[in-house]
Design a protein around this ligand. Structure first.
Ligand SMILES: NC(=O)c1ccc[n+]([C@@H]2O[C@H](COP(=O)([O-])OP(=O)(O)OC[C@H]3O[C@@H](n4cnc5c(N)ncnc54)[C@H](O)[C@@H]3O)[C@@H](O)[C@H]2O)c1
Length: 315
């Protein structure tokens, strides 16, 4: 019998594409999407959907029991830029939803959890270039603090209760299907949309701010490959460093100009600059490559080609 998978926060930037990919792989009826709001037409119409608050243990448990769920992908969270505006709400959402799924697994009501962490776990004292898997971590944002704490709890639940929880530290994610949800790397999606709509973009980060990024197709593949890999080979139960490419706003602008020569960019940094300055520029993901054969496929040029082609198709 095919396993049953529940996605919490399925209508967001990652959840939407993750749900569609999991449905393709495991069958529409076996992948239950859920969120506190409705999502895109393709998500709502391709399989089961529930309005579900990930912070309510009872509601999540009911859904798990009803659909005989074995695996949960927890995508509900408040992201970095929004969390700075609502620190307490961010902490409550990011931590309570994680405890709910960890406790469901501890009680053997589900078998496996995917929970994404972020490069926001690092801080300004972390080595910025090729940031190691194990290093100094002093996050300065509410979001980063919640992710670092979450990582420690994941490792604890695995060591103490044998909970099979798997995690990656996503860099900024670039996608065309769903708008990003309030992160510091959102500019790397908006820039393509504005380049096509208006031929110009005002960036909220400085021209030379180097950040690690990843195209959504790689991120979805990483998540599913990690979940499908042999658990005995996983040496990291906090969260794996995950890399693909690194670039600055200046570099992404030049890659867009190569396709749209009239494109113009201006820089007007806001509060997100300080968040970006506290994050790494590039990531050492050799442990993920060793343990579960992680390998990215998209660099900046290929990402720009795909983004412009797909966004043009939507017009
Ligand atoms: N997008 C990125 O660049 C990025 C980078 C690193 C890590 N991550 C992590 O990946 C995960 C998903 O991120 P995303 O970009 O898809 O976020 P998003 O903001 O686009 O989506 C989050 C979804 O969660 C839903 N949600 C909010 N509160 C909820 C609740 N109480 N119960 C159920 N659903 C709720 C929202 O409606 C939204 O659809 C998060 O944990 C995020 O921290 C994302």
């Amino acid at each position: 019998m095919q396993k049953s998978i529940l996605i919490l926060g399925a209508c967001g930037q990652i959840g939407t594409e993750l749900t569609l990919e999991l449905r393709k792989k495991f069958g529409n009826e076996h992948v239950i999407a859920s969120d506190i709001r409705e999502g895109s037409e393709s998500l709502m119409e391709s399989g089961p959907f529930e309005i579900l608050d990930a912070t309510s243990y009872d509601a999540v448990e009911d859904t798990v029991m009803h659909y005989e769920v074995e695996e949960v992908y927890l995508m509900a969270a408040m992201l970095s830029a929004t969390a700075e505006k609502f620190p307490e709400r961010a902490w409550n959402l990011n931590m309570n939803s994680l405890f709910n799924v960890l406790n469901l697994a501890k009680e053997k009501k589900i078998d496996k959890i995917f929970w994404p962490s972020s490069i926001a776990v690092f801080g300004k004292n972390t080595p910025k270039e090729n940031t190691p898997q194990h290093t100094l971590m002093e996050p300065s944002t509410v979001y980063g603090i919640s992710k670092q704490t979450g990582e420690r709890w994941c490792a604890y639940y695995h060591a103490k209760y044998g909970v099979d929880v798997r995690s990656v530290r996503f860099p900024g994610l670039i996608s065309w299907k769903t708008q990003p949800g309030g992160g510091t790397t959102d500019y790397a999606v908006d820039i393509y949309i504005k380049a096509l709509e208006e031929g110009r973009y005002t960036c909220f980060l400085k021209e030379d701010t180097m950040l690690p990024m990843m195209y959504m197709e790689d991120a979805i593949r990483a998540s599913i490959e990690l979940m499908e890999s042999d658990g005995d080979k996983l040496s990291i139960r906090s969260s794996y460093n995950l890399g693909a490419m690194s670039f600055t706003p200046g570099e992404i602008a030049r890659s867009i100009s190569a396709v749209i020569p009239e494109f113009q960019i201006h820089y007007d940094p806001d509060f997100r600059q300080a968040i970006a300055d506290s994050w790494p520029g590039s990531i050492d993901d050799s442990q993920a490559r060793k343990d579960w054969d992680w390998k990215p496929e998209f660099n900046l040029e290929r990402t720009t080609e795909e983004m412009i082609r797909e966004l043009r198709n939507l017009e």
